[in-house]
Design a protein around this ligand. Structure first.
Ligand SMILES: [Zn+2]
Length: 87
Protein backbone atom coordinates (compact mmCIF):
# COMPACT_ATOMS: atom_id res chain seq x y z
CA UNK A 1 0.00 0.00 0.00
CA UNK A 2 1.42 3.30 -1.10
CA UNK A 3 1.15 6.32 1.12
CA UNK A 4 0.10 9.49 -0.62
CA UNK A 5 2.34 12.50 -0.38
CA UNK A 6 1.04 15.20 1.93
CA UNK A 7 1.01 17.86 -0.73
CA UNK A 8 -0.96 17.53 -3.94
CA UNK A 9 0.57 18.69 -7.19
CA UNK A 10 0.39 22.32 -8.24
CA UNK A 11 -2.77 23.17 -10.24
CA UNK A 12 -0.75 25.41 -12.54
CA UNK A 13 2.48 23.60 -13.34
CA UNK A 14 1.97 20.13 -11.83
CA UNK A 15 4.99 20.31 -9.52
CA UNK A 16 4.77 18.68 -6.08
CA UNK A 17 7.59 20.85 -4.76
CA UNK A 18 5.61 23.17 -2.49
CA UNK A 19 6.13 24.61 0.94
CA UNK A 20 3.48 25.53 3.53
CA UNK A 21 2.47 29.17 3.73
CA UNK A 22 2.53 30.53 7.27
CA UNK A 23 1.29 34.07 6.71
CA UNK A 24 -0.89 35.89 4.18
CA UNK A 25 -2.10 39.47 3.91
CA UNK A 26 -5.71 38.34 3.73
CA UNK A 27 -5.81 35.73 6.48
CA UNK A 28 -2.96 36.58 8.83
CA UNK A 29 -1.61 33.40 10.38
CA UNK A 30 -4.99 31.71 10.73
CA UNK A 31 -6.17 31.76 7.12
CA UNK A 32 -3.38 29.68 5.57
CA UNK A 33 -3.68 27.08 8.32
CA UNK A 34 -7.41 26.74 7.85
CA UNK A 35 -6.99 26.01 4.15
CA UNK A 36 -3.67 24.09 4.42
CA UNK A 37 -2.25 26.67 2.07
CA UNK A 38 0.98 25.84 0.26
CA UNK A 39 3.08 27.77 -2.23
CA UNK A 40 4.59 26.13 -5.29
CA UNK A 41 8.36 26.47 -5.40
CA UNK A 42 8.40 26.29 -9.18
CA UNK A 43 5.86 28.90 -10.23
CA UNK A 44 4.85 30.58 -6.97
CA UNK A 45 1.17 29.66 -7.16
CA UNK A 46 -0.59 29.42 -3.81
CA UNK A 47 -3.11 26.61 -3.51
CA UNK A 48 -4.80 24.28 -1.06
CA UNK A 49 -2.31 21.53 -0.22
CA UNK A 50 -5.06 19.01 0.47
CA UNK A 51 -7.47 19.55 -2.38
CA UNK A 52 -5.22 21.18 -4.98
CA UNK A 53 -7.73 23.95 -5.52
CA UNK A 54 -6.48 27.46 -6.26
CA UNK A 55 -6.21 29.78 -3.31
CA UNK A 56 -8.47 32.50 -4.69
CA UNK A 57 -11.72 30.76 -3.77
CA UNK A 58 -10.59 30.17 -0.17
CA UNK A 59 -9.41 33.75 0.05
CA UNK A 60 -12.80 35.12 -0.99
CA UNK A 61 -14.65 32.82 1.44
CA UNK A 62 -12.31 33.80 4.25
CA UNK A 63 -12.63 37.51 3.50
CA UNK A 64 -16.43 37.30 3.30
CA UNK A 65 -16.60 35.42 6.62
CA UNK A 66 -14.26 37.96 8.27
CA UNK A 67 -16.38 40.81 6.93
CA UNK A 68 -19.56 39.21 8.26
CA UNK A 69 -17.94 38.67 11.68
CA UNK A 70 -16.61 42.24 11.70
CA UNK A 71 -20.03 43.54 10.69
CA UNK A 72 -21.69 41.58 13.49
CA UNK A 73 -19.15 42.78 16.05
CA UNK A 74 -19.46 46.42 14.92
CA UNK A 75 -23.24 46.13 14.80
CA UNK A 76 -23.29 44.65 18.28
CA UNK A 77 -21.00 47.37 19.61
CA UNK A 78 -23.03 50.22 18.11
CA UNK A 79 -26.18 48.56 19.44
CA UNK A 80 -24.62 48.43 22.90
CA UNK A 81 -23.55 52.05 22.47
CA UNK A 82 -27.08 53.24 21.70
CA UNK A 83 -28.43 51.15 24.56
CA UNK A 84 -25.98 52.73 26.97
CA UNK A 85 -26.64 56.24 25.65
CA UNK A 86 -30.34 55.89 26.22
CA UNK A 87 -29.88 55.43 29.95
ZN1 LIG B 1 3.46 25.46 -9.75
Amino acid sequence: MQTQSQTVSCPKCGSTDAKPVTFTWWGGVLGPRLFSLVKCNSCGTEYNGRTGKPNQQNMIIYLVISLVIMFCVCGGLSFLGTMLNQH
